[in-house]
Design a protein around this ligand. Structure first.
Ligand SMILES: Nc1ncnc2c1ncn2[C@@H]1O[C@H](COP(=O)(O)OP(=O)(O)OP(=O)(O)O)[C@@H](O)[C@H]1O
Length: 284
């Protein structure tokens, strides 16, 4: 199997945080969402993949090649959207575009102008006058205009309104209709991933909780609701996380069948959303 992105045992130590042997793989033609709470290590992972930070251990291969040894060649084929703006604020969109375009072999000006139009961006506008959402749109237009085979984005939809977010998701979906291209992006907006992601990689406290097909995840995890009288030391062990309220409890389980056998009709079992899975796993 040829992977477009292969991360193996990626490790980075900061003073008070460790990214601990992070591993996952992405095949061509798919979208992988990268989720996790604040401070889980998403941006650090992305910066390490892009070699913007020096790793302490592990391996990263992009298009089957080492990400440092073949950095220049690889970056020509990556469209990168970063959560911190790296633009020169005094330049206009058009001027900044010319600088960025000069780095890429496959730059497509026609496509870029189409995105500017779609995104309602005026090339004469100075970058410092753009709102957060407009800057994000500009970053996206740049990332999508050099025929990249892999799009890597750190929270591309944060700060965007729901209408534009939906538009972005449609654009991303169109990108992967070319089966040689893939998208890897981090986000807090799990409902966006429910719409378009094929795979979900979930990171918590620097460790991967899972990296699996979205459909498997949504099929396997359930939220169980019932009375607190059902909870004791043994039954609690069945849950990944539990929330108790005045009227009963809600808990996340990976195998709903076992709970069904245990509690029968005393509980209500519903499919878990990605948000449920994230919240209950993080809270425990
Ligand atoms: N350059 C650095 N030096 C020291 N610690 C750092 C550095 N960069 C990140 N960290 C720490 O590493 C941890 C992970 O940060 P990271 O930005 O990767 O999280 P994240 O999952 O992207 O969070 P968020 O969703 O809030 O953006 C945090 O505790 C952060 O303080």
């Amino acid at each position: 199997m040829d992977y477009i992105l292969e991360v193996k045992d990626l490790t980075k130590k900061f003073e008070s945080f460790k990214l601990d042997k992070v591993s996952f793989k992405l095949e061509p033609g798919y979208i992988m969402g990268f989720i996790g709470p604040n401070g889980a290590g998403k941006s650090t992972t992305i910066k390490l993949i892009m070699n913007l930070l020096k790793k302490d251990g592990g391996e990263v291969k992009v298009f089957g090649k080492d990400h440092i040894q073949f950095e220049k060649e690889i970056k020509n084929r990556i469209g990168f959207v970063y959560d911190e703006s790296y633009f020169y604020e005094d330049l206009t969109i058009g001027q900044m575009k010319s600088i960025v375009a000069s780095f890429y072999k496959g730059w497509d000006d026609t496509l870029f102008n189409k995105y500017l139009k779609d995104f309602d961006l005026n090339p004469k506008m100075k970058i410092k006058k753009l709102s957060k959402g407009m800057k994000m749109k500009f970053s996206l237009a740049l990332a999508l205009s050099h025929n990249a085979d892999l799009i890597i984005m750190d929270e591309p939809t944060s700060g965007l309104d729901p209408v534009f977010r939906r538009e972005i998701l449609d654009i991303l979906y169109n990108v992967i209709q070319d089966e040689n291209k893939s998208i890897f992006f981090s986000t807090h907006i799990t409902t966006d991933l429910e719409k378009i992601a094929d795979y979900i990689t979930f990171i918590n406290k620097g460790k991967i909780v899972f990296s699996k097909p979205k459909d498997d995840i949504l099929e396997n995890y359930s939220v169980v609701k019932g009375g607190t009288n059902l909870l004791d030391a043994d039954t609690r062990k069945e849950f990944i996380g539990i929330r108790e309220t005045g009227v009963g409890f809600e808990g996340l389980v990976e195998n709903g069948q076992k709970i069904k056998e245990l509690f029968g009709s005393q509980v209500l079992i519903e499919k878990a959303s990605l948000e449920d899975i994230m919240v209950y796993t993080v809270r425990g």
